[in-house]
Design a protein around this ligand. Structure first.
Ligand SMILES: [Zn+2]
Length: 439
């Protein structure tokens, strides 16, 4: 049997003995996992096929995880397809002949727009949704009026199905997604179709939110019902209020008071952010240079509070603003080369880490020569159970340290800073007392 022998290298200790004595037992949860200086989450939207066929294998080779926001209705084998929930569309179409679109009927008409059984009507939902989301409802009403006038005049051909425009031939399957998830990638909701949620009525908003969640829950399990991105990066209050009731974490916006958000359109320097954490979203398009993309990594790795959230769409010719696969590979390799300072993790895991850390209480004690540590929080353990990295100061004469959590024991080599000798180790909160002793 092979046995690995742990050899801890000795290091000169610069701090005074008095300072070391005072710090023994002192424990903190490091800002990022493994005591890294910053975090990076790679996120892909829309689930286009080359994200899986081309980008994912490169990330697997480099052992980098990503988060994929997928439209569940487009995945083959899904139970829930895009649908309009409401009155018969024939009745709605008839009404548009006499009643112009207004604040009372806009949501119903905009919800039905992509489900009239006709080719080419979905784009009117998108155009109207864009206007509505940007705060121009009157323009949105006009677009819907134009659509239904054309419908009444027979302008569109029959599509042969209720749903318009969502027939991708090159799609991934749930069986493939289960394999990718087992490789460490996060799958998260980007709704059933890809609607402007802000331009839907309540019943259709709930269909998009809840059925995409149910599909993911049935196909992948509870863990993957954590994160979502409401399409088009919307910040619409009404849409996000509904979304937060279904998903604990939205890339669109997060409510935490300790987190500053710099979204894709925000050009502020993340280094001037003063909060505990800053979520720095950057979208890479075909116009973004590789050197700029690399500079985001550099900035994140030399500060201590930046969470870089990369927003990617198409890959190698397929999808919106598709990035060249060679550029992506070089970028991922660069990111990997900085991993000493960066925690590269999924959107959901970084969110969980921050929330667990900010909501946990640390209880430490001394029992003879033992240091005891307890991490407690009241978060829902079905959603929040990723380990946190603890930094505990130990007496400088301890050259090897044993950490005992339940029946599991680990031996850890101390490191040194100005405060003295310390160890870094991972503990899942709410799992009882951990004992730290000299080995
Ligand atoms: Zn999208």
């Amino acid at each position: 049997m092979n046995r690995t022998v742990l050899i801890c290298a000795g290091v000169f200790v610069l701090s005074s003995c008095a300072a070391q004595q005072r710090s023994v037992g002192k424990t903190e949860i490091t800002k990022w996992q493994f005591g890294k200086r910053g975090a990076v989450s790679i996120t892909y939207d829309d689930g286009t096929i080359n994200q899986f066929r081309k980008a994912l294998p490169i990330m697997n080779n480099l052992r980098i995880p990503a988060t994929f926001f997928i439209n569940t209705g487009q995945i083959s084998g899904s139970q829930y397809m895009g649908a309009f929930i409401g009155r018969p569309v024939k009745t709605i179409i008839e009404e548009t002949a006499t009643i112009p679109t207004n604040t009372d009927n806009f949501f119903e008409r905009s919800s039905a727009a992509g489900f009239l059984g006709l080719n080419g009507t979905l784009e009117y939902h998108i155009k109207a949704g864009e206007q509505f989301d940007e705060g121009s409802p009157e323009k949105a009403y006009k677009i819907i009026d134009e659509l239904f006038e054309k419908v009444r005049l027979g302008y569109f051909t029959s599509s042969g199905s209720a749903e318009d425009g969502l027939h991708e031939t090159d799609v991934t399957t749930w069986d493939e997604i289960r394999i990718y998830a087992a490789q460490g990638h996060e799958f998260a909701s980007h709704m059933v179709t890809h609607p402007y949620l802000a331009a839907l009525d309540e019943v259709n908003i709930l269909y998009e939110l809840e059925k995409s969640r149910e599909e993911i829950f049935n196909q992948l399990g509870l863990k993957y019902t954590f994160s979502a991105e409401v399409p088009f990066g919307t910040e619409n209050e009404r849409a996000l209020e509904y979304a937060y009731k279904v998903y604990p974490a939205l890339r669109n916006r997060m409510p935490e008071l300790y987190l500053e958000e710099l979204n894709r359109g925000n050009s502020e320097n993340p280094r001037s952010a003063e909060m505990e954490y800053v979520q720095w979203q950057r979208g890479a398009t075909t116009k973004t240079s590789l050197s700029l993309m690399k500079s985001w990594i550099d900035t994140t790795s030399v500060n201590d509070n930046i969470w870089l959230v990369l927003v990617l769409h198409g890959v190698d010719g397929i999808g919106w603003e598709a990035l060249d696969i060679n550029l992506l590979e070089e970028y991922f390799r660069y990111m990997k080369s900085k991993e000493n300072n960066l925690w590269i993790a999924t959107f959901g895991d970084v969110t969980r880490y921050m929330r667990e850390r900010m909501n946990s209480i640390i209880k430490t004690g001394r029992k003879g020569r033992k240091i005891t540590v307890n991490i407690i929080n009241t978060l829902d353990p079905t959603m929040y159970s990723i380990p946190l990295t603890l930094k505990t100061y130990v007496p400088s004469k301890w050259k090897k340290v044993q950490v005992k959590e339940g029946s599991e024991k680990r031996i850890i080599c101390p490191q040194y800073d100005m405060m003295g000798s310390y160890i870094l180790y991972q503990i899942i909160p709410n799992t009882g007392e951990t004992e730290v002793t000299r080995k």
